[in-house]
Design a protein around this ligand. Structure first.
Ligand code: NDP
Length: 285
């Protein structure tokens, strides 16, 4: 049998990027499926992004993830962008169709996959989302596309919050409201799902807890966090102590990775392997 030492390449471009854990789950998935693929974690300064993307093309890389600060800048360097990523205004995953590089956004889709895995259907639900940054943007648009009946965006910076609300009103038919986050946010009893899409609680500030009250919340409220590290945030702990069901940020991280894996390889991602690899990596860090 002819040997084939040629590896297929994917990876992530970011700055800084050293602590990005995606390589751990993607490499575990390649190993589990016996694929001769490599996932490279590559530091690229903003000024070098165009050259780096030429490199992606020249090396015939099968795809690339983009993380801070490249999710917007990469959009001008691609051959096409999926309509939902265009509306969200950011690309975190690039895949190849022949010689063409196509941009997608899998953050919100990963969140939704996790939600559905937890047997929560966003259709007709009222959702409160803390935050208006990149993660909140991807999540709120996907929730609107999935038929959420009402979205409330709660954000510290009024300008950023209003911008997201206006974008959602323009491009979706969901009812959207903005609440400035200047004091404790009291979760109303009408809310079905609460999402923390801020960076509050992210390692090393793992003791931080979003300023909210669950005193008026419905007993069936479902609480989600986007923070992947640590997965068991103080918000997750608070929710459990109230007997509420939860979904942690590891789920979203794994699922945006499984969607990327499937776009690149065309194979079903070994989700359990990827989740376990990440869990171990966070435990060790
Ligand atoms: P951004 O910087 O774009 O947005 C951060 C958001 O958090 C803003 O809304 C900001 O409010 C808010 N925020 C930060 N600190 C505070 C605070 N002390 N009080 C109130 N609000 C605060 O970041 P991203 O949206 O890209 O990322 C947010 C989080 O999501 C990160 O922790 C990241 O790790 C996580 N993430 C997880 C993913 C996963 O797969 N699990 C995928 C992508 C992101 P303001 O506008 O007022 O500054």
């Amino acid at each position: 049998m002819a040997v084939n030492y040629k590896a297929e390449l994917v990876g992530v471009l970011g700055y800084p990027v050293a602590e990005n854990p995606t390589c751990v789950m993607q490499e575990a998935a390649f190993a589990a499926l016996g694929l001769n693929w490599r996932y490279l974690t590559i530091e690229v300064k903003p000024d070098n992004l165009a050259d780096a993307m030429r490199g992606v093309r020249a090396l015939g890389m099968r795809g690339i993830n983009l993380t801070i600060p490249h999710k917007v800048g990469v959009m001008a360097l691609l051959d096409d962008i999926a309509p939902d990523a265009k509306v969200i205004g950011a690309v975190n995953t690039v895949y190849r169709e022949g010689d063409r590089l196509i941009g997608a956004n899998t953050d919100g889709k990963g969140f939704l996959r996790g939600l559905r895995e937890a047997e929560i259907d966003p259709q007709g639900k009222r959702v409160a989302v803390l935050g208006a940054g990149g993660a909140a943007r991807a999540i709120t648009f996907e929730l609107a596309f999935a038929g959420a009946s009402e979205l409330i965006v709660i954000n510290r910076s009024e300008e950023r919050g209003q911008q997201l609300v206006e974008a959602l009103r323009k491009d979706t038919s969901t009812t959207v409201d903005f609440v400035p986050w200047s004091s404790t946010y009291v979760v109303p009893p009408t809310i079905n799902i609460l999402v923390n899409a801020t960076s509050i609680g992210l390692y090393p500030d793992a003791e931080a807890l979003p300023d909210l009250s669950l005193d008026q919340a419905h007993s069936d409220l479902f609480i989600c966090d986007v923070i992947p590290n640590p997965p068991d945030t103080r918000l997750m702990q608070l929710a459990r102590s109230r007997g509420l069901r939860t979904l942690n940020g590891l789920s979203m991280l794994v699922h945006q990775g499984t969607i990327g894996f499937e776009l690149w390889t065309g194979q079903t991602a070994p989700e359990a392997v990827m989740k376990e690899a990440l869990r171990k990596a966070f435990e060790a860090s």
